[in-house]
Design a protein around this ligand. Structure first.
Ligand code: NAP
Length: 476
């Protein structure tokens, strides 16, 4: 398969290509070009022209093209789901859920692209300015957006960047994760076949280090929208120079279970929220902080639900949890779990590895200062620890470098309000876990979890610049 360079499907300049393989059984799912810095520059050359064309295209015309792309994404949802499942090892039912969101996300973003309102400035309220001037703001596309995406939601996270960037009138160069480029290429076809002008969209497949550095450092790029690990995000902040940055980074999301919580509800929610996509979700439940009065009941309710999760061939509709992205990642997660156990935690279920699959694990008695709590796991295990009172539970929830999502289970509104105010996370859920997202909501992390917010309205705002205009009349 070829990559998309500003409207033309091309191999890499070097001629190099590589296989994309299934993490489940190693079968070859497809072949993609291995781009280098020259390909990245070629995409940016095309994007320079594309950005001018697209910016001069009225929003009314842009929205028509995006609506056609949304229809194509809907029509091809099953095909996209099969690609996601094959290259990411995601259970097919989850892959279908992910793929089905693409069309709606394009439509939500397309609408936001028609809402680029500005403000009228009440200049006469400024001492000495008078009534002879008119001031207002207009929004315009930033120009060229570089989008860099991770492997874990190869359709959804690509769409959360492409759709708003295009809706706002920008040219986009996308660098998808090396393990999951096929989904991104398939989605890009929806836009090109819908009539997106040449130059407006490129998808450059290749290694993050090489291609990523070339894209991020190029002065023609006005905005980098990155989703991935905190370590890569850190590197991007050091290299990018004067550009707008959105960084959706790592996490170690907590769930606090207070003594007055509905234990059955909390256990059911954690049994989903800790293991969706084999725990490879930035808003996955990694830590549960339970009051000692209800801790044992919570674990009794949680463990059988986790044991009911069925691992296996991602293509089978009977499988509810697929693989990790690679065998090496599965080995890392296995080591993290066994390391916690060696340090005194109790493994209540799971934690065994078969190839790239790790059976869903519950680890109790975890020290909140340990690596299993502090470092992002990105795997199918939940670490349970205890906190004696509300204050220490919140302190523990806040006690990592991250701040992406958090959940709190309680039946007391006063406790919920206090937690909402005191938990340092970009998304706070009361009586659910952080693993919940409506695509239109603002979504982003605090602390080491990132900068900026996604969601169509927020992303369109961040992918536009505001210009202040003053019309100078004469005093009369
Ligand atoms: P990653 O290793 O940081 O990779 C993310 C993307 O960055 C990939 O496309 C990667 O390319 C690219 N990349 C690597 N080095 C680069 C560089 N020097 N310059 C520019 N780009 C570079 O992350 P991942 O393992 O794919 O994804 C998992 C991480 O993403 C987790 O930490 C997770 O929490 C985070 N995440 C966060 C959110 C959120 O909303 N906050 C959502 C999803 C995932 P290659 O694949 O070619 O290396």
């Amino acid at each position: 398969m070829e990559m998309l360079i500003g409207g033309a499907w091309r191999p890499a300049a070097s001629g190099r290509a590589e296989d994309v393989t299934s993490p489940f059984d190693g079968t070859v799912v497809g072949t993609v070009p291995v781009a280098g810095a020259a390909d990245a520059r070629a995409a940016l050359d095309r994007a320079e022209h594309g950005a001018v064309t697209w910016r001069r295209t009225p929003a009314f015309e842009r929205v028509k093209i995006l609506m056609r792309a949304a229809e194509l994404a809907d029509e091809r949802a099953e095909q996209t789901a099969q690609i996601i499942s094959a290259e990411a090892g995601k259970a097919i039912t989850e892959a279908r859920g992910e793929a089905s969101r693409s069309g709606d996300l394009i439509r939500l973003a397309a609408f936001e692209g028609t809402q680029l309102y500005g403000d009228t400035l009440p200049l006469d309220a400024n001492r000495g300015t008078g009534l002879d001037k008119l001031g207002f703001t207009i929004r315009q596309p930033v120009g060229i957006v570089v989008a860099i995406t991770p492997f874990n939601y190869p359709a959804l996270l690509v769409m959360h960047k492409l759709a708003p960037a295009l809706a706002a009138g920008n040219a986009v160069v996308l660098k998808p994760a090396r393990t999951t480029p096929l989904t991104a290429l398939a989605l890009a076809r929806c836009f090109t076949e819908a009539g997106l002008p040449d130059g407006v969209l490129s998808v450059v497949t290749g290694p993050g280090g090489n291609v990523g550095d070339a894209l991020v450092t190029d002065p023609r790029v006005r905005k980098v929208s990155f989703t991935g690990s905190t370590a890569t995000g850190q590197r991007i902040t050091q290299l990018a120079g004067i550009k707008k940055l959105s960084l959706e980074l790592g996490s170690s999301c907590p769930v606090v279970v207070l003594p007055d919580a509905d234990i059955e509800l909390a256990a059911s929610a954690v049994a989903a929220g800790g293991y969706v996509n084999a725990g490879q979700v930035c808003i996955s439940v990694q830590r549960v902080i339970a009051h000692p009065a209800i801790g044992p009941d919570f674990l009794d309710a949680l463990v059988p639900k986790v044991e009911a999760i069925r691992t296996g061939d991602p293509r089978s509709s009977g499988t509810t949890m697929g693989t990790l992205i690679t065998r090496a990642e599965a080995e890392r997660v296995e080591r993290a779990i066994s390391g916690a156990v060696a340090d005194g935690a109790r493994l209540l279920t799971g934690g065994e590895r078969d190839g790239a699959i790790v059976s869903p694990a519950v680890v109790a008695g975890v020290d909140p200062r340990s690596s299993l709590s502090q470092d992002e796991l990105f795997g199918p295990a939940v670490a349970v620890s205890s906190a004696e009172d509300f204050q220490s539970a919140i302190a523990q929830a806040n006690g990592t470098p991250y701040g992406l999502g958090a959940g709190l289970f309680t039946s007391d509104v006063a406790g919920a309000v206090r937690a909402i105010r005191e938990i340092d996370a970009g998304n706070v859920h009361i009586n659910w876990t952080p693993l919940w997202r409506a695509d239109l909501m603002p979504y982003g992390g605090l602390k080491a979890s990132g900068i900026g917010q996604e969601g169509p309205r927020s992303a369109v705002a961040e992918m536009t610049d505001v210009k202040t205009v003053i019309l100078h009349g004469r005093p009369w």
